[in-house]
Write a protein that binds this ligand. Structure first.
Ligand code: ZN
Length: 415
């Protein structure tokens, strides 16, 4: 058998044994102890280095990325206002071109860091219509051999009933024309959040689309929207098909409420996405010491068996002025924030950036197994714990069986 790509001596699990991986037509075709080196048209000698499935960054904002001016915004509300000011200064075509240029730069950064699939929200504002959605669909097609991009709608519902109805008309058009992979929104930001959540579910069911909401991103002890989403998920038989980003308010509620709501999330098979880097920056702003961390209950979700992932969220924009779209960096931060730093903990953390978000994105051909898509990363370390702790160089990033990024670190120490 001849393979397009052969990876020799790869560490693929924690047994310490190495395996060879044969890749053909973009798929993992064989994993075994000894495939002859000449079987590969191209062969990478991994030399015992760690090889894992690529990162899945499940919550990003590619329409906002790299828009940072010189203004510091201190709260979520301020950042939203700043972004709307920025986006509505341009006409539709200008806005579309602006997004494509910035999003492509961000995608290059994500791929370089080992992300092989990502999901981005895109705002739908009055005035910008579906130009943002169009921009990201064009980029998705342009980059399809390098990274899979999934698109979630993020309609802003600020202008009252008539404008809200217009947003739903735009969403209906986008669904009909296959421009969205997930339906989303941040209903909790609006007075009629219950109605907006219901309407989004109804549209998702109509077009058989999964859902990806921003949920209760606040320091206040109000998780009613989260609870409503769990109830509706069960009502519509949507278990496993709904993601909830942030849910930071869960840290502010009492233990009894938290336990009850987490149990609902488990039954509804909700996919939780925690965004610690962005929320550490934006949350807890009204607190005097001690300042709350602004993350959700990561450990409690894990202990309850709820699927939880971390993601980058905003990168170098008014919502978070720093960030690299680097999931290994987000993983290490999550480990520290959640106080999960033993070797076993770090293995759990690593899954929160790979297999857990792949499940949230309903990726069926993801993983280290024969027949799966060959989306892989070769790290310059031999274990997951070392990769995270040392922020290992990602020597090779492989998408659909082809090398799409290579990185080398040159270091010299004189003693
Ligand atoms: Zn977000």
């Amino acid at each position: 058998m001849t393979y397009d790509l052969l990876i020799k001596n790869a560490t693929i699990d924690d047994t310490g044994m190495t395996k060879d991986i044969g890749i053909l037509d973009g798929k993992i075709t064989e994993i075994s102890d000894d495939i002859p080196a000449e079987a590969g048209i191209k062969t990478i000698m991994a030399g015992g280095r760690l090889v894992t499935p690529g990162f899945v960054d499940s919550h990003m904002h590619y329409d906002k990325t790299l828009t940072l001016g010189d203004k510091e915004t201190k709260t979520l509300d301020e950042a939203i206002e700043e972004f709307i000011n920025y986006s509505t200064k341009m006409n539709g075509q200008e806005w579309k071109a602006d997004i494509k240029k910035r999003a492509k730069a961000a995608a290059r950064q994500s791929v370089q860091a080992g992300t092989t699939t990502l999901r981005t929200h895109v705002n739908i504002e009055a005035g910008t219509d579906l130009y943002g959605v169009e921009a990201l669909n064009e980029l998705k097609e342009e980059l399809r051999d390098f990274v899979d991009i999934k698109i979630t709608s993020l309609p802003s519902f600020y202008d009252g009933r008539v404008e809200q109805d217009k947003r739903f008309e735009l969403l209906d058009y986008a669904c009909k024309n296959n421009m969205l992979d997930f339906l989303g929104g941040a209903p909790f930001l609006h007075d009629n959040w219950e109605e907006l959540t219901e309407k989004t579910f109804a549209m998702a069911v109509k077009y058989n689309l999964p859902i990806d909401f921003h949920v209760n991103e606040s320091d206040q002890p109000d998780v009613r929207n989260f609870e409503q989403i769990a109830d509706l998920t069960i009502k519509y038989g949507y278990q496993g098909k709904v993601s909830c980003g942030h849910v930071t308010a869960l840290n502010a509620v009492d233990e009894e409420t938290a336990t009850r709501v987490i149990e609902k999330a488990r039954v509804a098979k909700l996919n939780i996405i925690t965004l610690p880097s962005c929320n550490l920056y934006l949350m807890g702003r009204i607190d005097k010491q001690p300042i709350r961390r602004g993350t959700t209950r990561i450990r409690e979700f894990l202990e309850a068996g709820v699927n939880i992932s971390y993601a980058s969220d905003n990168i170098r924009d008014v919502f978070r002025p720093i960030g690299n779209g680097d999931m290994l960096e987000e993983g290490l931060l999550t480990a520290q924030v959640a106080q999960m730093v033993t070797k076993t903990d770090l293995e759990t953390i690593f899954k929160m950036g790979t297999v857990n978000p792949a499940k949230a994105l309903l990726l069926e051909d993801y993983g280290m197994g024969v027949g799966k898509q060959a989306d892989l990363v070769i790290f310059d370390e031999c274990s997951v714990a070392e990769a995270l702790t040392n922020q290992a160089t990602r020597n090779y990033v492989i998408k659909k069986g082809k090398v799409v990024a290579k990185n080398t670190k040159i270091s010299e120490i004189v003693f």
